[in-house]
Design a binder for this molecule. Sequence first.
Ligand SMILES: C[S@@+](CC[C@H](N)C(=O)[O-])C[C@H]1O[C@@H](n2cnc3c(N)ncnc32)[C@H](O)[C@@H]1O
Length: 320
Amino acid sequence: MQLAQRFRDFAHREARGNSPLYHQRALDIAEDPAVLALITELPTDKQQPNLVLAAARVHGEVSLSYPEFRDHLIEHWAAIAATALARRTQTNEAGRAATLLPVLARLPGPLSLIEVGASAGLCLYPDRYSYRYDGSALDPSDGRSPVVLPCATTGPVPIPTRLPRVVHRAGIDLNPLDPSDADDREWLAALVWPGQDERAARLRAACAIAAAEPPHLVPGDLNERVAELVHAAPPDSTVVVFHSAVLNYLPAQARAEFRTTVRDLPCHWVSQEGPGVLPGLVDRLPARGPDTARLVLAIDEVPLAFAGPHGQSLDWFGQA
Ligand SMILES: C[S@@+](CC[C@H](N)C(=O)[O-])C[C@H]1O[C@@H](n2cnc3c(N)ncnc32)[C@H](O)[C@@H]1O
């Protein structure tokens, strides 16, 4: 059964090593015809294991045994299905600012940041977070941030010595989330996998920073709205359009359209996507190690580094 394989793939390729609970839970679901039959009632794009498991978390405790979990899921399926239908996978990881920062900090400031596929916009605050590159500290001028991002590096990473000045933060999402809204925060928290307590704490702290100075987030498709946001950025700033873990949601033709659009705009383009997502970069990557979850960091289509999926590592292979 295709859906069972989808859960097995999720268990082996995504959850293994990251969340023992989700790893086992996805394997258990893959062998459970009654639960698979319920999930099959959802439209195919809503049968994503990550979406279904997060929706189940919103409606119940996670650390149950599998028999308790499946009974709970069956009993509360109407509510869980409604959440899966209403929501989408919008994991917002502030930690990715740690791998974007070495690129952003080298651009002439001040910066106007425009994030496409921004979710709640938590990656739009690279100047408000603290960083620990291999333990060495970089903090905002007013002191250590409540969000501290550790990042282990290899290669000639241009580790920043100061944070950029950001004068404008804007973004686009099909469904922008509001970091000051309790329901949206609950959903973002449900998307952090069980056992990843540091990420959950970071999410709460980053939401508080974003809620205190909300970014200008507009709803819509990134291809349709990116030009208008670039043109609305303040003059005399360096405009940077960036994204991480977003273009994999787009069909190949829409990705190609985005490439053409963004290259014609007066901005830099910083991408942080899976290795096969931007075809123009593939041939210029070094041979990959066993960690297939890494993202490729690039500026203006020049690949620079592999980034850990949550910003926890940066392996630089580009020019220093
Ligand atoms: C996995 S989240 C990543 C969020 C954020 N970039 C980060 O790194 O934390 C992907 C986001 O892209 C958005 N998205 C997907 N396709 C989109 C499109 N065509 N236009 C705008 N946003 C899109 C989703 O709604 C979701 O919020």
